[in-house]
Design a protein around this ligand. Structure first.
Ligand code: ADP
Ligand code: MG
Ligand code: ZN
Length: 500
């Protein structure tokens, strides 16, 4: 394999050259069936079990458009503030596809379903970029090749296997306009953009959006031009980058690689490249002219897609809040600082905290439980928090019992453990485990008197004005009552006794 290329220091590259990027994101839709046939669209089946004459491209088989896929595509277009085409045709993109046996991909060419949109993308320093969306079009995925031997690559492989289960799965390809002005933030912006697309399609539930399964993947175009030059530089297209970290790393690497070539008087070859996450470099794929000779032509076997105004408006009315605006809104409503709020987002607990707050808990309390005790238990049991038997409703109930004084923090943690152990609701666990705080004065007074009698010296100290000495008595009462005493009331009772 080719070794790592010569790289220019990143800061120096940014100083000398202006970076232009363009991102193509493929989103695999989670429809029940494929784009043009009734085969199941599921991940992980036995190879070549979800196939039929249409997605195998057998002679005479006729495709039909999946209506749900069209609706999902419109939803994506609307979420990206695009115009929706009232009339759009499919096209055949001809190519030799060993993993798509029709030997053309049914796609959209000059009549995409959605076009001319924009998306606001915040990056970590608080800056917000408006990324122009050129178009979002529908197409079908190809199957999957497995090269056996030769370290998984086709070169040197003994033989290759093909699985057509994914052939014909609906995709939406979202293409940005060239993005200027990101400068040193270009790598971060690229991954922030993909992250946002991923969040949007996940929130709309039109895709499973699992990058590790290839549900969302990105082709990253990068070019450089000397500062002051009008003409765009020659771009490379790093294909199928399938993690956020890789998107950022691949863009950064291409900037450094191209800068080194330009600096030494060389020129950039317009080509596709492959990102190697393990060794952190890109290698050359195939050369690519601007007018790839795919001999696109209109697909004669499919009717045009003509969504009605009513359908488009209905889909628009059902769009969920944009995830970035939702985050901004919740952070403001909860009055949280950036770090505090990021804790919740990074732990993927935004929905849980939000629902817990809707059920009456304060934001601080909801955050504390989810990112604290619950995350701790999940961690120690080696589980995702979603696998634990605790819901926002349970947490809200826990908080309600704490604020009404029925539980203290320690008892609440025990109640939570009971809920997670499957012993029932919070109220049921509190009653079956006998966890309620004792605030009944009779029982508390007896325990206070006993503790004071045991430690007469402490009583003297309190009487002499050292109120903090009461802590020792509170501790003794707590111990006596197995942690279930209402500490605030105990303190009051001690001070009353000391005065008498
Ligand atoms: P292709 O068929 O080659 O994939 P697309 O139009 O689908 O072309 O996507 C090209 C992507 O590259 C778009 O996001 C576009 O904005 C971007 N792009 C075009 N020219 C440049 C350039 N010189 N530098 C960086 N990005 C570019
Ligand atoms: Mg493209
Ligand atoms: Zn099929």
């Amino acid at each position: 394999m080719m070794a790592k290329a010569e790289l220019m220091d990143f800061d120096k590259a940014i100083e000398k050259y202006e970076v232009v990027i363009g991102l193509e994101v493929h989103v695999e839709l989670n429809t029940n069936t494929k784009m043009f046939c009734g085969c199941a669209n599921v991940f992980g089946s036995e190879p070549n079990t979800n196939v039929c004459p249409v997605c195998l491209g057998l002679p005479g088989a006729l495709p039909a458009v999946n209506g749900k896929a069209v609706e999902s595509s419109i939803a994506i277009g609307l979420a990206l503030n695009c115009s929706i085409a009232a009339d759009g045709r499919f096209a055949r993109k001809n190519y030799f596809y060993p993993d798509l046996s029709k030997n053309f991909q049914t796609s959209q060419y000059d009549e995409p379903i959605a076009y001319d949109g924009e998306l606001e993308v915040p990056v970590s320093n608080g800056k917000v970029f408006t990324v122009g969306i050129e178009r979002a079009h529908m197409e079908e995925d190809a199957g999957k090749l497995t090269h056996v031997g030769g370290a998984g690559r086709i070169q040197g492989a003994e033989y290759s296997l093909v699985d057509f289960n994914r052939a014909g799965v609906p995709l939406v390809e979202i293409v940005t306009k060239p993005i200027f002005g990101a400068e040193e933030l270009a790598p971060e912006l690229a991954s922030a953009y993909v992250r946002q697309i991923r969040e949007i399609v996940k929130a709309m539930d039109v895709s499973d959006a699992r990058m590790e399964r290839g549900n969302v993947r990105c082709d990253a175009n990068v070019s450089l031009r000397p500062r002051g030059q009008e003409k765009l530089g020659t771009r490379t297209e790093t294909k199928n980058v399938n993690s956020l970290r890789s998107v950022e790393n691949a863009v950064r690497y291409e900037i450094q690689r191209q800068a080194a070539i330009l600096e030494s008087g060389g020129s950039i070859t317009q080509e596709t490249r492959h990102w190697h996450e393990d060794k952190k470099y890109t290698s050359a794929g195939r050369p690519k002219s601007d007018a790839d000779d795919y001999r696109y032509f209109p697909e004669p076997d499919l009717v045009p897609v003509q969504p009605s105004e009513e359908l488009i408006e209905k889909i628009r009315s059902l769009l969920p809040e944009n995830p970035a605006s939702r985050r901004a809104r919740l952070q403001a409503e909860w009055g949280m600082g950036d770090n505090e709020f990021r804790d919740i987002v990074n732990s993927d607990l935004l929905d849980e905290v939000d629902q817990t707050v809707s059920l009456g808990a304060t934001a601080q309390a909801a955050k504390k439980w989810w990112t604290g005790e619950i995350a701790r238990i999940a961690n120690s049991e080696g589980k995702e928090f979603t696998e634990l038997a605790v819901t926002p409703k349970d947490v809200a109930e826990l908080e309600q019992m704490i604020s009404s004084g029925k539980l203290n923090d320690r008892l609440a943690r025990e109640a939570l453990a009971g809920v997670i152990a499957g012993e029932g609701t919070v109220a049921e666990v509190v009653s079956s485990r006998g966890l309620e705080v004792v605030s009944d004065d009779g029982a508390l007074t007896a325990a206070v008197d006993k503790a004071l009698a045991d430690q007469p010296d402490v009583l003297e100290k309190i009487r002499a004005g050292k109120e903090q000495a009461a802590g020792a008595i509170i501790g003794a009462v707590m111990k006596e009552m197995r942690g279930q005493a209402d500490a605030a009331r105990v303190r009051e009772l001690i001070l009353e006794r000391a005065k008498s």
